[in-house]
Design a protein around this ligand. Sequence first.
Ligand SMILES: NC(=O)c1ccc[n+]([C@@H]2O[C@H](COP(=O)([O-])OP(=O)(O)OC[C@H]3O[C@@H](n4cnc5c(N)ncnc54)[C@H](O)[C@@H]3O)[C@@H](O)[C@H]2O)c1
Length: 450
Amino acid sequence: MQSSRRNFLKNLAASTAAVATGSHAFASESNSIRFDLSRNIIGANNNLNIALIGAGGMGVQDTITALSTPGIKLVAACDLYDGRLKDAKDKWGKDLFTTRSYKEILSRKDVDAVIVATPDHWHQQISIDAMKAGKHVYCEKPMVHSIAEGPAVIQAQKETGKIFQVGSQGVSSLGNEKAKQLLKDGAIGQLNYAEGFWARHSPVGAWQYPIPADASPATVDWDTYISNTTKRPFDKLRFFRWRNYLDYGTGMSGDLFVHLFSSLHFITDSLGPKKVYSSGGLRYWKDGREVPDVLLGTFDYPQTQVHPAFNLSLRCNFVDGTSGTTYLKLVGSEGSMDITWDDVVLKRNKTITSDDPFFIEQMKKAGTPVTDRKRILPPEDIRFEAEKGYKGGPYDHFVNFFTAIRNGGKVFEDAIFGYRAAAPALLCIDSYNNETAISWNPETLQLVKK
Ligand SMILES: NC(=O)c1ccc[n+]([C@@H]2O[C@H](COP(=O)([O-])OP(=O)(O)OC[C@H]3O[C@@H](n4cnc5c(N)ncnc54)[C@H](O)[C@@H]3O)[C@@H](O)[C@H]2O)c1
């Protein structure tokens, strides 16, 4: 701790001097291996063919990002709604192979990797089938739809040796990497608390997506859509606004909290919380949805070899008049950090009162005399910002995925990491529904019976 704090103070001094001389030391100081990957893509000449399964909002976005990295070609797309397949051909060319059946994609020899961007209730099965068919998988978050589904994905990854990466792209961002380094260097002292929140107030933000005019049993493969869940007659709301229904979606926690768990676990190297409690309510968007539109979660993280015990508070509000704010904040004994994918704002305690007995004791132990002489203070807020032109976390996340495939390497957000982030998010649903706290063992990845 002492030496990491010294590191931080040394870096801080260097950076402050650089700011004074107008140099860009903050941006270039990132000293992370994964940062280098976004600049220097290893094996980019080795072309890879990808296919998209689930060609909706995120699938299209993921594919655009994947194709913006060198050496990637899209050869096929799959969706259960014909309109999305037509859109895919319009976007990527009439020669693109399209199908309603993901198994047809998996049986193609020319596909190296698939992006799985279906609603959550299909992630597990398609990912496992894809790995068993010899494909590498980029699976959107949350990795699974229920905690019971996680171990099979981990096992499939182990058995097949395929690269499997979950799509919480923040973990590959410069902002998250910088926060990880700052925490390690002691910039905020001893971590004791973290918080994050998502605030929105719009129909689309609250999952009321537009429904295509031609949506019908003829244009939608409804039978396949519900083949692994409750049987019901065709319902376009349940297909196009799937996040509102628990047979397909995972509520606010599975959709949004999971990103914050991923970033937090990456930054702190934590395995996850031991206790989960969630509460909230349906306050405004009473459109037949089965999930709350205001959700709070509190999480107790136990001490591990790499971090002290700390508490986490997350919240999500779809009726927030102030709207639009998302952040992850880490608070420690000597400061705090507000973290996004592109920047970190570090706030340090201005001063420690010299009559604090704990402080006096610590100074004595360190052999430093306590005097009333005023000191030069470092800046109160320090903003570490990504360099202009930074391509962003989503780009870096795909680069990390493709680099691991090309080099036979590893990705950070693999199946175990993905499960560790998904599990507390999914347990929020049970905690909310059963009005009870849930105990979880983040090491063995099992529920703890009381
Ligand atoms: N990482 C992120 O920032 C981020 C952002 C948004 C969404 N997501 C995730 O991406 C996934 C998709 O979300 P979305 O907003 O794009 O939803 P969407 O409804 O826009 O797209 C989902 C698509 O999957 C298709 N589909 C459904 N079942 C299928 C199946 N069995 N086989 C093939 N296609 C199927 C649907 O027809 C639809 O076109 C979700 O898991 C979501 O959590 C991640």
